[in-house]
Design a protein around this ligand. Structure first.
Ligand code: GLP
Length: 247
């Protein structure tokens, strides 16, 4: 499968292009199963989509949204909940009913295996909206992670703890363990949209898309994705190995 790499001018352009693609998917499949990342990168696209809902040009009420990753060990109303973040930035603004947001089970690997089986039985994700970590992680698939990894509990790496500290104030505020959708179910998505913004993502995007596939750069396994992969990178994140065409 080829990877299409789209060069956006800046963050607003990236957000608009990403929202157009997502809205197109929802338009052609109003009951799509859509896996949604949190993190800063997709927030602009989620806002554009929410504007479409408010203006009446988009109806997302029939989709089912799925959580990509979650910290472990938080209380139900913890401000650091990634599920809470997804509800605030995607589920509510897009007027998706709470029962159409599927949270990751946090009871351990057995529950996550069962979760993977259920999604696969339903036909897999129709669209996965992803960001990329500076260490090449997708969700919390930390290096080393290969294409066969199931959804599971992981220990966060020091680099990810530092990167996530910017969300919550301090590295001490970042939980050490998390649950993540694995690379295998992600790679089985019919479509993957990967978003990258800013110079800090350029080098890892280059390694993920243009260097050999390796568990040390989990996002490199996108080169083996089953479905269509679209990468939208803004000017600063755009990999130098790309001329804007497909790989
Ligand atoms: C985080 C999350 C990912 C997210 C990625 C990039 O650690 N686990 O789901 O996509 O790193 O985050 P950001 O978009 O804030 O750069």
């Amino acid at each position: 499968m080829s990877i299409e790499i789209v060069r956006a001018e800046g963050y607003d352009d990236l957000s608009r292009r990403a929202a157009d693609l997502v809205a197109g998917c929802i338009g052609s499949n109003p009951t799509a199963r859509v896996l949604i990342a949190t993190g800063r990168t997709p927030i602009g696209a989620y806002r554009v989509l929410a504007d479409g809902v408010t203006e009446g040009t988009l109806d997302a009420s029939g989709i089912t949204a799925y959580q990509l990753d979650e910290y472990l060990g938080l209380g139900p109303d913890d401000r650091r909940s990634l599920g809470g973040w997804a509800v605030e930035t995607f589920v509510r603004p897009l007027r998706i009913a709470d029962e159409r947001f599927v949270r990751l089970p946090l009871a351990g690997d057995g529950a996550l295996d069962e979760y993977d089986r259920r999604i696969r039985g339903d036909g897999g994700y129709d669209l996965s909206i992803l960001g990329i970590g500076e260490n090449g992680h997708l969700g919390f698939n930390e290096p080393p992670s290969d294409a066969s990894t199931a959804s599971r509990v992981v220990e966060l790496t020091p680099g990810t703890i530092d990167a996530n500290a910017s969300y919550w104030g301090d590295a001490a505020d970042v939980p050490r363990r998390a649950a993540t959708v694995g690379l295998r179910p992600l790679l089985e998505s019919a479509r993957i949209l990967l978003l990258a913004s800013g110079a800090r993502k350029r080098e890892i995007l280059e390694r993920a898309l243009f260097r050999p596939v390796t568990p040390d750069v989990p996002a490199s396994c996108l080169q083996h994705a089953r479905g269509e992969v679209v990468v939208i990178a803004d000017r600063d994140a755009f990999p130098t190995g790309s001329n804007g065409a497909s790989t």
